[in-house]
Write a protein that binds this ligand. Structure first.
Ligand code: NAD
Length: 328
């Protein structure tokens, strides 16, 4: 089947990610039908947030169009029927299976059978989610990063019943949206980056809880080591760049000593049970006043734009070096 991209994409769920994804699509020339299952989201919260993102994208040179020109391409609604004009509908509601299932039912009542439906789930298996759809083969994971409009990241995940050729076509379309997509050909819990990141989180908790280093020291080490080169080339290329035999030697001795704990670490469990949620309520691994929390959010946004500029420069340079050839 050849996908028919008519440039109109539906988003259901206008929270943090739904708004950010909408901005990313708008600056890349798509029309968006933005469906808010919680009607109050479209009173002001989501449109205001999207306005802010679009203004920042113009200021930072990610688009030449003004907010007014771009919002002409987005329709805010709480009526699922408006999705009938979309070739692709992205579910972006909270990580709750019962709610996601209800949303798929509502979407499938309004779109034809060849419309692709995706989920932005962080960790629910796509093979499981697709079985809650009337037409499971049209269902894929489409996992975005925050902020979506500055990130090159996009994981496209095939469930057991999703054809890989359609996944490949979705990747081609994602490239037109300025992404460098990863196709996950076989569904696996956590997909690619979350599996890798959570292996890292587990080891970080292991080191703190056993007194090897403090939270601040671990954050500094990650920021200044992996944080520098990962944005340039990823894991495998970095081993090539720095001599893979050393990694081979270290793996033999280090792997048996890494944490393989299967329970949630006490450190995060205690904070979560005390209702800590990080900067959104000021209680996390660090503590924040409302002013500090706001500054962290603003500074992260500024950093994301700077990183986007730097990554664009090196993505171009790298594409000139050689055609991708890997041993597999
Ligand atoms: N926040 C991130 O950085 C991030 C990154 C990748 C993936 N995700 C995933 O994206 C999805 C959305 O996350 P978010 O961060 O935007 O969450 P959010 O809490 O900001 O927004 C969730 C949205 O879900 C909808 N919703 C809430 N209750 C509902 C209900 N009862 N019925 C129908 N819709 C309801 C609302 O539109 C709400 O705005 C989740 O599956 C999450 O795991 C989040």
């Amino acid at each position: 089947m050849k996908l028919k991209n008519n440039s109109t994409v539906g988003i259901v769920g206008l929270g943090l990610m739904g708004g950010s994804i909408a901005a990313s699509l708008l600056i890349n020339g798509q029309k968006v039908v933005a469906v808010a299952p919680i009607v109050s989201d479209i009173d002001s919260a989501a449109p205001n947030r999207i306005r802010h993102y679009l203004e920042e994208c113009l200021r930072e040179g990610l688009t030449k169009k003004t907010h007014d020109e771009l919002v002409a391409n987005i329709t805010y609604t709480s009526d699922y029927n408006e999705l009938h004009k979309c070739w692709l509908v992205m579910e972006c509601v909270i990580e709750n299976l019962a709610i996601k299932k209800e949303v798929y039912k509502r979407i499938e009542e309004c779109v034809s059978d060849n419309v692709i439906i995706t989920s932005n789930t962080s960790a629910m298996p796509i093979s499981m989610l697709q079985n809650h759809c009337r037409v499971p083969e049209r269902f894929f994971g489409m996992h975005w990063a925050e902020p979506s409009y500055t990130s090159y990241f996009l994981e496209i995940i095939c469930g057991e019943k999703s054809p890989i050729e359609i996944g490949e076509q979705l990747c081609d379309i994602a490239k037109q949206w300025g992404k460098e997509p990863t196709l996950v050909r076989k569904d696996i819990r956590g997909f690619i980056t979350n599996r890798i990141m959570y292996a890292m989180y587990r080891e970080a908790f292991n080191l703190v809880e056993n007194g090897y280093a403090t939270i601040i020291d671990i954050d500094n080490a990650c920021k200044n080591d992996g944080g520098r080169w990962m944005a340039f080339c990823g894991l495998f290329r970095y081993m090539d760049l720095t001599g893979l035999k050393a990694y081979h030697a270290v793996m033999k001795d280090l792997f048996p000593e890494l944490s393989n704990q299967t329970t949630v670490p006490k450190l995060i469990d205690d904070i979560a049970k005390a209702d800590g949620n990080g900067i959104s309520n000021g209680i996390g691994f660090y503590s924040y006043t409302p002013e500090e929390a706001k500054k962290w959010e603003e500074t992260f946004e500024e950093f994301s734009f700077d990183l986007h500029r730097l990554s664009s420069k090196y993505t171009e340079k790298i594409s000139e070096i050689s055609i991708e050839k890997t041993l597999e």
